[in-house]
Ligand binder design. Structure first.
Ligand code: AMP
Length: 275
């Protein structure tokens, strides 16, 4: 496996063939591994990027303490069959004088966009840059970050980017907790309480499967289910899964989505309700 630490090295490496691309912020776990393995299956070559993107963290968020585990990450990439890992630094991605941003409007006002101002502008900008640098033909993202996938699909369509986006399912711990690099912030007690998030989502899924379609009832169940476990609810919503618009009834694929704090750790999770 090659380690590419400059933009020219990536451009030289990519050549003409199809490339599957998995952008990450490192501190890799089985969720990331699932994306890498899927790309390795689908593509002749797979490139992973590891970059903790400062532009998607608001002041006061966890940029400084975000876990950095590069040696283990490189090992995981190699074990999953990745052909190269791109490890840019901040200077390379945001050189002095950097002034150009990609901003998807509307979709980024909801959910995480409402409480993390500027977050998606940072995501879309860095992902657009990485798509250009890597020249990848397919890119793999997790359903864990459901809004991110919706926003990135809009960006790819709107800017006619020649890349196919593939969404991969959420990988969970045996007790249901969605895997996340941020789970390692949790104390043992918090880790236990964090399972309340996936449990509340599962309860909503069960209600839905038993026939409940009213969003007000599904949402109320979600909020009640979460209330005993989380310290602060950021949002708990049931929305149209295609465009994140408000709905009254689940009469189309819908997204039950949660962001909540366990202690000072903000966790997100979701389930798709498909009639
Ligand atoms: P991150 O390193 O958190 O920026 O995540 C990089 C990619 O991995 C994103 O597309 C995430 O949606 C995806 N990802 C993170 N956690 C999971 C998970 N538990 N299951 C599936 N994909 C995930």
């Amino acid at each position: 496996m090659d380690t590419l630490s400059s933009i020219d090295a990536v451009r030289g490496w990519r050549g003409a063939s199809e490339v599957g691309f998995v952008p990450t912020m490192g501190a890799l776990h089985e969720g990331h591994a699932s994306l890498i393995r899927r790309s390795v299956t689908d593509n002749p070559r797979t490139l992973v990027s590891i970059f903790v993107n400062p532009a998607q963290f608001a002041p006061g968020e966890d940029l400084a303490k975000y876990p950095r585990t590069i040696q283990q990450d490189l090992q995981l990439c190699a074990d999953c069959g990745a052909d190269a890992v791109f490890t840019p630094d901040k200077q390379m991605m945001y050189p002095p004088g950097f002034a150009t941003w990609v901003d998807v409007e509307g979709l980024t006002d909801r959910l995480c966009g409402a409480t993390r101002p500027g977050h998606f502008r940072g995501v879309t900008t860095v992902v657009a840059k990485l798509f250009h640098i890597t020249g990848a033909t397919r890119a793999y993202f997790g359903q864990k970050d459901a809004q991110q996938v919706i926003v990135l699909r809009r960006m790819v369509d709107d800017l006619n980017l020649p890349i196919e986006l593939i969404t991969c399912p959420i990988i969970r711990e045996p007790d249901g907790l969605a895997m996340s690099s941020r789970n390692r912030y949790l104390s043992a007690l918090e880790r236990e309480r964090a399972t309340g998030i996936s449990k509340a989502l599962r309860a909503v899924e069960t209600l839905f499967q038993k026939g409940t379609r009213e969003v007000s009832i599904l949402r109320a169940s979600l909020v009640t289910g979460l209330s005993n476990h989380v310290d602060k609810l950021d949002y708990a919503e049931v929305l149209d899964a295609g465009n994140l618009s408000d709905i009254q009834r689940v009469d189309r694929p819908s997204l039950a989505a949660v962001a909540a704090f366990i202690g000072s750790t903000r966790l997100i999770d979701n389930v798709v309700l498909a009639p």
